[in-house]
Design a protein around this ligand. Structure first.
Ligand code: GLN
Ligand code: ZN
Length: 772
């Protein structure tokens, strides 16, 4: 019998109950017992959903109150001393690592003040994990009541025998880093960590676990020799424990393992190997060849990263290929990765158009798909004929839908010429014309786009969405907001103004709502980090721009402003990356369509008298493929092209800006330079100014605003501090290359601190203007 399995289920609950409970606990509105009880309730509910859907192998320990890697830091006793010294309860210590903790002294307890551990993106997803920070001579001890064992037993008591999920030793160490001031190579700690895995696995076996899912996703990376060699050491050792521990399902995802296939022989005594065949279907043959006799293959065939209905017929064919080689007993059907990255259930979407709704499948629906696939390959397709037929119909309806295909868009794409990617003249000529036209002083000051999104703005937007005020009333309100921020910029004496983005709810959704090819959900939340969730729009079809999207606001802003007004757009790659993309056409095609739509907008803005236009691309870096080489080269090529397509249609005298929320692009500097943006604003205020050296080394000629202060904190930087920062920047950048701006948009800030900080910033700029 072929079993179906899920590698992990979303934790938040259908109505983000986990988010609400944790946030209530943090603000003191919920007790610790109540929080723990809510976690328990959600776990049980999620196990039951999967069981009722007919899934055979259900995960446990996929739940977390914050992040699964953080769970393991505590599980292995690797909590840095700066958190343990306060004698907090385990869950408070856990949250302190996740989000930092500041607490005054009370009842004899010490005052607490610790920042969080570093949080970084989980592979190429929008989920963030907490990075283990280890020290020299790091010791590891298994926690007193190990979470994987406790949750396994909890499910078992409820009558559900689960497969616990743990992060494998090589991935845990490879994803870790040395703590501040430490120089330990985390992977060198493997020998010390393995005994803890042994103890944990023995305990799981004693508790009744037959199999354990051990996640080793780092096998999809280009690995340094030491990490690669670690697999042999770790898994030969664990395999030697034989029947003392559960059977292990060695799990990889988000990429292929073909380039590391020589690791598989070292795993020959491991029960099963899981691979992601949604992302890399072509790896199936190589993996089948490399399996040891009798080894089970877990076929990841239902997409854990996107929301599309699985093409069941195609999935079954893939599973059959594996069965032909291995036989039924040696194949498991699985989600490609954890379903953590998909929303909870389609059931919650009451407002979706019926036609497109039929194309989607969220976590609950994916559980059903897995059960159907397993049944089809075990008992024959005729046993699920009805479901297969319905599925085929949905898949066909989607591919032939008018919403998916717009011949006009395709036609336009076919007619793109090389010229459309090129500005008329090179930068040196353009900048002379721009200076003539815009007449900006040296060290020009500007902001990144948004000004504080006040309560009043949110109230009016809500009233408008609900229909309590008319479009006209709302428009008047927005105009008044724009006038106000223009007046404030007058008072601050900034050089390039923005309209403040009061009309925008979100930098991607706002554009998606004005483009064809996008749809929106009401409940499709996905965890981003901790209690934070995002609700990405969905790209369902060919994208085009029926009408201008931002021209009205920018034009109005320019009409009330005496200084140059900067237009503000979200770039094609960011619109794509922060949405659920289509899976039926390549992402480059979608980026090109977005590029064309934005090109029209840029040209319209220019025609409306906006001569500085910023196209934000904060998501460009996160789309960078996990491995270097051809894949990365291809990505950068189409990403850069889509940006150039959107911006190159303007006159030389119009100035194109772009913005990124990071400053580490040493490894893909050439792509950044290839964007050919006249002015680049980046987020360097908290990073080492040395990162700017790459601009000198590469003789980057264009203008740069590295961000002179951090907008993520309410703290007001002094004028002197900003001057010091500028001084540092001038060690790397030329005076007439440097722009003075905050390091990102100001929407999350309050007005008081914003005005104070910008006043100091403008004064600092004026000081340098007088000096040079
Ligand atoms: N223009 C946007 C803003 O100011 C940029 C936001 C971002 O880079 N994430 O809000
Ligand atoms: Zn930013």
């Amino acid at each position: 019998m072929v079993q179906s399995s899920i590698l992990g289920f979303p934790r938040m609950g259908a109505n983000r109950e986990l988010k609400k409970a944790t946030e209530a606990y943090w603000s003191g509105k919920l007790s610790q017992e109540e929080l723990l009880a809510e976690g328990k309730r959600l776990r049980l509910e999620h196990w039951k959903i999967q069981k009722n859907a007919g899934v055979d192998i259900i995960p446990s320990n996929d739940f977390s109150f914050y992040d699964q890697v953080l769970d393991h830091i505590q599980l292995f006793g690797a909590t840095p001393e700066r958190y343990t010294k306060y004698n907090l309860t385990p869950i408070d210590e856990f949250f302190a690592m996740g989000r930092g903790l500041q607490k005054p002294a009370k009842d004899g307890a010490l005052a607490v003040d610790v920042p969080s551990l570093e949080m970084v993106k989980w592979f190429d997803s929008n989920y963030h994990y907490v990075k283990p920070t280890l020290k020299e001579g790091q010791s590891f001890t298994l926690s007193a009541n190990p979470k994987p064992v406790a949750e396994f037993s909890e499910a078992k008591d409820a009558g559900i025998v689960t497969r616990p999920v743990i992060v494998g030793p090589v991935s845990f160490l490879h994803l870790a880093k040395p703590d501040r001031g430490q120089s330990v190579e985390p992977i060198s700690l493997l020998q010390d960590l393995l005994p803890v895995y042994e103890q944990l696995l023995v305990k799981l076996k004693d508790a009744g676990a037959e199999t354990v899912q051990i996640d080793e996703p780092v096998l999809v990376f280009d690995l340094p020799v030491a990490s690669k060699a670690a697999f042999k050491l770790a898994y030969e050792k664990l395999a030697a424990l034989g029947g003392k521990i559960p059977k292990l399902v060695f799990t990889t995802y988000f990429g292929d393992i073909v380039h590391n296939i020589d690791v598989l022989p070292h795993l020959k005594d491991i029960y099963a190997i899981h691979v992601d065949l949604v992302r890399n279907p072509e790896q199936l043959d190589s993996v089948l060849q490399a399996l040891a006799p009798g080894q089970v293959l877990s076929v990841g065939i239902v997409d854990g990263r996107n929301i599309w209905k699985t093409n069941l017929k195609r999935a079954i064919e893939t599973v059959e290929t594996a069965i032909q080689k291995l036989g039924r007993e040696l194949v498991i059907v699985a989600s490609s990765s954890s379903l953590l990255h998909t929303p909870h259930t389609l059931e919650s979407e009451k407002k979706l158009d019926a036609e497109v709704r039929d194309w989607f499948s969220f976590a609950v629906e994916k559980a059903h798909e897995l059960a159907i696939i397993a049944k089809a390959v075990t008992e024959g397709p005729s046993t699920v004929r009805g479901q297969l037929e319905t599925n085929t119909k949905s898949v066909q309806a989607r591919s032939s839908s008018k919403l998916t295909n717009d011949p006009k868009v395709k036609d336009r794409q076919a007619k793109i010429t090389q010229e459309m990617y090129e500005r008329k003249s090179p930068f040196t000529e353009r900048i002379a014309q721009q200076q003539n036209h815009l007449n900006l002083p040296r060290f020009p000051t500007t902001t990144i786009g948004s000004f504080p999104q006040t309560k009043e703005i949110r109230i009016q937007r809500n009233r408008f969405t609900k229909g309590d005020i008319t479009a006209e009333q709302y428009e008047k309100f927005i105009e008044k907001e724009i006038e106000e921020v223009v007046k404030i910029q007058d008072e601050l004496d900034l050089d390039v103004y923005v309209h403040g983005e009061p009309e925008r709810n979100d930098m991607v959704q706002y554009f998606g709502e004005r483009l064809t090819g996008y749809v929106f959900t009401t409940h499709a939340w996905v965890q981003s980090y901790g209690s934070r969730c995002v609700r990405p729009p969905i790209i369902v079809g060919d994208i085009s721009r029926p009408a201008p999207m931002t021209v009205k606001e920018s034009k109005y802003a320019a009409s009330v402003s005496k200084k140059p007004m900067k237009g503000m757009l979200t770039g094609p790659v960011t619109c794509l990356r922060w949405s659920f993309p289509r899976d039926d056409v390549h992402q480059s095609v979608q980026a090109e369509q977005l590029g064309l739509a934005l090109r029209d907008e840029v040209i319209d803005l220019e025609a409306a008298g906006i001569y500085i236009i910023q196209v934000d691309e904060p998501a460009l870096r996160e789309g960078l493929p996990l491995r270097s080489g051809l894949e990365r080269k291809n990505y950068l090529s189409w990403a850069v092209k889509s940006f150039r397509l959107s911006t190159a249609g303007v006159q030389d005298s119009t100035q194109i800006h772009s913005h990124f929320c990071y400053s580490e692009f040493q490894d893909f500097f050439h792509a950044i330079a290839a964007l050919d943006a006249d002015v680049l604003s980046i987020e360097n205020s908290k990073s080492d100014a040395k990162l700017l050296r790459v601009f000198v080394d590469e003789a980057y000629p264009r203008h740069i605003g590295p961000g002179v202060y951090d907008i993520h904190s309410p703290r007001v930087p002094s004028e002197q501090e900003i001057k010091d920062r500028i001084e540092e920047m001038l060690q790397y950048l030329k005076p007439d290359q440097l722009w003075i701006d905050p390091d990102c948009g100001l929407k999350t800030r309050q007005w008081t601190e914003t005005k104070a900080a910008l006043t100091n910033m403008v004064n600092a700029a004026k000081y340098y203007r007088a000096k040079y």
